[in-house]
Design a binder for this molecule. Sequence first.
Ligand code: ATP
Ligand code: MG
Length: 286
Amino acid sequence: QFHMIKYEDLQWDVSLGQGSFTRIFSGYKTDIRDGEKHVTDVFLKELDVVHKNYWESFFEAASLMSQISHKHLLLVYGVSVHGVKNIMVQEFVEYGALDLYLQRGRSVSVSWKLDVAKQLASALNFLEEKNIVHGNICAKNLLLAREGDPSQGSSPFIKLSDPGISVAMLAKDVILDRIPWVAPEVLESPDNLTLECDKWSFGATLWEIFNSGEPPLRGWDLDQRQLYERFLQLPPSQWTELADLIGQCMDYQAAFRPSCRSIIRQLNSLITSGNHYTSQLIIPVW
Ligand code: ATP
Ligand code: MG
């Protein structure tokens, strides 16, 4: 369920390092439309050969993204196969991952963060209506297409990236490293991802957005699985309405997590109530 792209139509530019299971590059895609040559900037994700046994799951992620279309979901142009190489061809998103962007310390206003949160919620709502589980929502998988500038009244613009290799395929220790984004019930049954699991991950991502991309478990020196075994929460924001929303999403009882409608409603009311909380960021202390 995806477009096959001819390997010859791809051009490699710069190596950008590695993802979790991938080697990543910027490049170009050439196609001929109406007798005219079009060149598009692309982001190339090549499944690392040491992980080549994950190819099916990798293509499933590409297929998922190709089947749905929403302004806040990353555009996947297709896949290309060449010998042992499995490549996912995506739109190139200029400012990269949101966690890294926030960690670079550029000061962003509360309304900027709320815009990001609302955009992610709208993507999640779209997925919920289609009954599609993403399975890997985190600030690392939010890509920043437009920086925006709150002082000029222009908003940021984010795109949710592909989920990558399904959690159902991953080794236990790799899943444990996804704490606190992975919902606790997934540790017991990784092959049973539900819409509620994405709600939990959304909560953890909200936390990241409002804590400058800080690794949520920084300063936690126990085994990360202890967090869930003790039914603990991430350090709460002083902005109580925000802390409450994150807490609702990260409810250990999946059935109690809010619907997307409710999440969006709560985010909208945060905007009207919370602009005086400009610097209410907390330093996580366990
Ligand atoms: P995972 O399956 O865990 O998400 P991955 O293989 O998708 O892993 P990531 O760590 O998500 O790899 O991505 C690696 C980095 O590549 C990100 O930190 C981000 O900066 C960058 N990146 C990913 N997709 C794009 C894109 N479409 N445009 C620009 N940069 C991107
Ligand atoms: Mg990713």
